[in-house]
Design a protein around this ligand. Sequence first.
Ligand SMILES: [Zn+2]
Length: 268
Amino acid sequence: MPEDRHYPSEAYSPDGTLWWQLKLTPGKKRRFGDEQKIAAYLACHVRKNGRFTMRELRAALGEATIPNDAEHLNRRLRNLRLRDGWDIPSAKDDGSLAHDEYLVRKIGWHPGTGAPRPTGDAPSEATRRKVFARDKSICQVCFTPGGEPYADMPDKMARPTLGHRVPGKRLDSKATVDELQTECARCNETVRDELFDPVTLPEILPTVRNLPRQAKKELLRWMQDGKRSASRAEQAYADLRRLSRDEQKQAVQILSRMVGDPRPGPQE
Ligand SMILES: [Zn+2]
């Protein structure tokens, strides 16, 4: 990408950085989402009727931050098509394209438009409330309660979001309470991108390999089912956490006596 290339003003964020080179969301501490970056890059650099490859897209967004995984970018393009009104055929849809090429046939929403991003055909607020209430705002994937820090990232709090029980299935207003579940922003595929750096399979595989056989079997079942079931201790934990602070203290004392643990309760 030539540095001296002249872009229209809508290619630049309020601080003068090109949208697709932005690291943080303007005015916020969180990462600026890849979908917004891709939308701006396609609208202002590739432009209408322009062609691009995944490789060029990765280079434009900064190789280091994008996993070398076609599925990651494909998912982003899928969301632009479904949610933001983009028409971006691939060689599969348009025979005139080379096997690795994509065409910008119609430009949809991008951050340079100045309009808020479309929310899409989302489930109603009532549905959302019912799902959160049923799940007690606990992520059904990692079981981190909403508003509590992650065990492996004590400085990050789990934010409950609405997810679909079937991975990859879109949330729309037709989804029923039974089809939906609470997922924290880290576990939820559709919002994950904007908050956390993505992980890749090669990064996770060593951990999986080192699990005992029984744990591997359990893991396999969870992956096949698309969810893991809460243990009885986890269910009881979720219930205990909803008690008043005093009752939680009592519960800790009772439990300590049951197991003979002399440790005092949680610090204030
Ligand atoms: Zn989670």
